[in-house]
Design a protein around this ligand. Structure first.
Ligand SMILES: NC(=O)c1ccc[n+]([C@@H]2O[C@H](COP(=O)([O-])OP(=O)(O)OC[C@H]3O[C@@H](n4cnc5c(N)ncnc54)[C@H](OP(=O)(O)O)[C@@H]3O)[C@@H](O)[C@H]2O)c1
Length: 206
């Protein structure tokens, strides 16, 4: 769907999905305009964004229309639903497309058609993405790396987003577990749960 000569706006580009959307749209040859916070601009440009918009500074659609007078061919909105999604559709050109992982109306004003991608991957697509990542053609942004002993803190940071703007990916370095020991009791997940019983930070400080 995306290709050279097309402009795509990616709203929510500095998130778990957005990092990949920016890279894949760039690979397709599209001109990519990504939203994020000012502190994330360098990262977004590093992933391939041609231009960046601060979604915390002002409404995104007018900022996009300042850059691309006719609007984007495609708006991929990974952050909004309801009336805010409608405002994102204002950034698409007449007859353009709006893509969302969530849901909403099938079309918007000026003939903008909606595509709701859902969560079911196209068969074989995940394998192809994993292969790209393995050979370094798709960058995985790691927000933080923790030793296994710090699994509890890793889970708390993930739940409370202690590191905003770094995406969802937290890497836990897990000690080697012999395959014969992979019982329910000693599986990596069970080990994390034993090492890091989860309490909310509020409970912890009470
Ligand atoms: N991750 C998955 O595997 C997956 C799969 C299917 C569906 N989904 C759905 O897809 C959506 C995105 O997922 P995600 O994992 O990418 O989420 P995420 O990691 O939380 O990223 C969302 C990004 O959107 C930004 N954002 C929030 N409100 C915004 C706004 N009004 N305008 C512009 N940007 C805004 C956030 O920035 P700040 O908060 O820093 O401002 C953040 O960078 C979610 O609704 C999720 O439920 C996710």
């Amino acid at each position: 769907m995306l290709g050279p000569g097309m402009t795509v706006l990616i709203v929510g580009a500095a998130g778990g999905l957005g990092f990949y959307a920016v890279q894949l749209a760039t690979q397709a040859g599209a001109r990519v305009i990504a939203t994020g916070r000012a502190t994330q601009f360098a990262l977004l440009r590093g992933l391939g964004a041609d231009a960046v918009i601060d979604h915390t500074a002002a409404e995104v659609a007018p900022q996009l229309l300042n850059l691309v007078q006719d609007g984007a061919d495609v708006v991929i909105d990974l952050a909004n639903a309801g009336p805010r999604l409608e405002r994102s559709a204002d950034a698409a050109r007449t007859g353009g497309r709006l893509v969302s992982p969530l849901g909403g109306p099938s079309s918007f004003a000026r003939g903008v058609q909606a595509i709701y991608a859902g969560t079911a991957p196209v068969p074989g697509r995940l394998d192809a993405l994993a292969e790209q990542a393995a050979r370094g053609a798709l960058r995985i942004v790691i927000g933080a790396t923790y030793d296994f002993a710090d699994a509890r803190q890793a889970l708390i940071d993930l739940a409370t987003r202690a590191q905003p703007g770094k995406g969802d990916h937290h890497l836990l370095t897990v000690p080697h577990v012999e395959r014969t020991d992979m019982t329910a009791r000693t599986s990596p997940l069970a080990m994390v749960m034993q090492a890091a019983p989860i309490e909310s930070p509020a409970e912890e400080t009470a």
